[in-house]
Write a protein that binds this ligand. Structure first.
Ligand SMILES: *[C@@H]1O[C@H](CO)[C@@H](O)[C@H](O)[C@H]1NC(C)=O
Ligand SMILES: *[C@@H]1O[C@H](CO)[C@@H](O)[C@H](O)[C@H]1NC(C)=O
Ligand SMILES: *[C@@H]1O[C@H](CO)[C@@H](O)[C@H](O)[C@H]1NC(C)=O
Ligand SMILES: *[C@@H]1O[C@H](CO)[C@@H](O)[C@H](O)[C@H]1NC(C)=O
Ligand SMILES: *[C@@H]1O[C@H](CO)[C@@H](O)[C@H](O)[C@H]1NC(C)=O
Ligand SMILES: *[C@@H]1O[C@H](CO)[C@@H](O)[C@H](O)[C@H]1NC(C)=O
Ligand SMILES: *[C@@H]1O[C@H](CO)[C@@H](O)[C@H](O)[C@H]1NC(C)=O
Length: 356
């Protein structure tokens, strides 16, 4: 496929919308098939002496920006309803859309993979999006792209609730990521089938707008439970830890206004960094409170003097041991020995620095 205006979408077969999304994600109706596509497979290996699979996404990004596409752009590699997948020792670059999208798959390993796209002007070029997947390992990777480097998902609003397949047992370790436009590692915002049992460790996030982000909204339903982040380093990141519950982007107007996602059991340990503007911005809401959150052993050097740099609202949990900068008052404070020093206050006003 040549770069330029020559790409002809008619060369790209159309596929039905994903059942847990209802829509093509960007456009109603069907979506373009990915360059490398598989369904109902077992034992899939994609590897090759660090060679590249280049999606030549430039023309797709341009046509997307000019609203010239009638269907949702294709991922570079998409595997659906498959198991025992290994992607190793290759470089994926310049996908038209997400780079690797395992959908409702089990036992997926991505290791020693480099994923590259321009850090701006390459819309929706997420690195890896495990979506309704179970038993996923992502390790020893370098990802620098134009949207989220890794985004864990599980379907959208009423379609995702009906499909009902969580993403669970996901381990991400020893990866270095950069996302100037979005976030290093995200959960959501499509998470209606639930996301649970995620471990993120030994991760370095640099030159990014946000470090780790959890995003959801009313209408999603589902849950985000038992998520643990440890030994995370932020280097030149605007907002390091972000939880946002009003990400109001919906497939259509048919979402359930009473489908409140449950956010429970999120822990952050050994969090370090420098050049960070806002270390924590965790805002729940009356309908979607953040429950059982832990910050332990955290020291993040800030680059910007502002009053509310550790921002929280509608949040319940604790800080343990040494936490810098000074945590918000909502949280209980324990010493290293587990002794309660101070109970958290119920402070639910949302003070947000919108300029970040
Ligand atoms: C990965 O690719 C490199 C470079 O070609 C090669 O030396 C190495 O043996 C490969 N590793 C594996 C596990 O295939
Ligand atoms: C793999 O290739 C990318 C560029 O395509 C390069 O940046 C990276 O250093 C290579 N990794 C290894 C292990 O050779
Ligand atoms: C997961 O996939 C790998 C690679 O195909 C395979 O070796 C392993 O046995 C699988 N694990 C399970 C539990 O099936
Ligand atoms: C971490 O990943 C890098 C590749 O990104 C690799 O060179 C290094 O050996 C890995 N470290 C460990 C401890 O596995
Ligand atoms: C998370 O792990 C717990 C403990 O192993 C297990 O009971 C639960 O079913 C898991 N959750 C999901 C969604 O797989
Ligand atoms: C939390 O998730 C981890 C895996 O990330 C799992 O080992 C553990 O059993 C889970 N705990 C609960 C209470 O579900
Ligand atoms: C913490 O993560 C970094 C990579 O960001 C790694 O080099 C280091 O060994 C990890 N520390 C521990 C104690 O695992």
């Amino acid at each position: 496929f040549r770069v330029g205006w020559n790409v002809d979408e008619k060369d790209w077969p159309l596929m039905p919308a994903l059942p847990s999304y209802g829509y093509g994600r960007e456009r109603k109706g069907p979506r373009f098939c990915s360059l490398i596509h598989g369904q109902n497979l077992k034992d899939v290996v994609i590897t090759g002496h660090n060679g590249s699979i280049n999606g030549q996404g430039e023309v797709w990004w341009l046509k997307h920006r000019r609203r010239m596409l009638k269907n949702t752009r294709p991922p570079l590699v998409q595997l659906m309803w498959s198991k025992d997948i290994v992607i190793t020792n290759i470089t994926l670059r310049n996908s038209p859309f997400w780079h690797f999208h395992p959908y409702d798959c089990t036992n997926v390993t991505v290791s020693d993979v480099t994923i590259l796209a321009p850090i701006s002007g390459a819309p929706n070029t997420d690195g890896i999006d495990p979506d309704s997947c179970e038993d996923v390992l992502i390790e020893n990777c370098y990802i620098s792209v134009g949207d989220d480097a890794i985004a864990i998902k599980s379907g959208w609003d009423q379609y995702g609730i009906a499909y009902g397949r969580p993403s669970s047992n996901i381990l991400i370790r020893n990866v270095t990521v950069r996302s100037l436009v979005s976030a290093g590692i995200s959960i959501g915002s499509e998470m209606s089938g639930g996301v649970a049992n995620v471990t993120v460790k030994n991760v370095r996030i640099w030159d990014s707008r946000r470090g780790v982000r959890i995003k959801t909204a009313i209408g999603r339903g589902g849950y985000i439970r038992n998520i643990s982040y440890s030994n995370i380093t932020f280097d030149n990141v605007r907002a390091a830890i972000v939880i946002k519950v009003d990400y109001n982007e919906h497939a259509d107007d048919g979402y359930d206004r009473n489908a409140f996602p449950d956010i429970t059991g999120i822990s952050f340990k050994k969090i370090h960094g420098w050049g960070v503007r806002v270390p924590v911005r965790a805002h729940g809401s009356n309908y979607i409170p953040i429950k059982d959150i832990t910050f332990q052993d955290m020291s993040v050097g800030i680059s910007y003097k502002k009053k509310h740099i550790f921002q929280c609202s509608y949040i319940e949990g604790r800080v343990i041991g040494s936490v810098f900068p000074k945590p918000c008052e909502n949280l209980d404070v324990y010493d290293e020995q587990g002794q309660l020093l101070k109970s958290g206050a119920v402070l639910n006003s949302t003070e947000v620095d919108y300029d970040i």
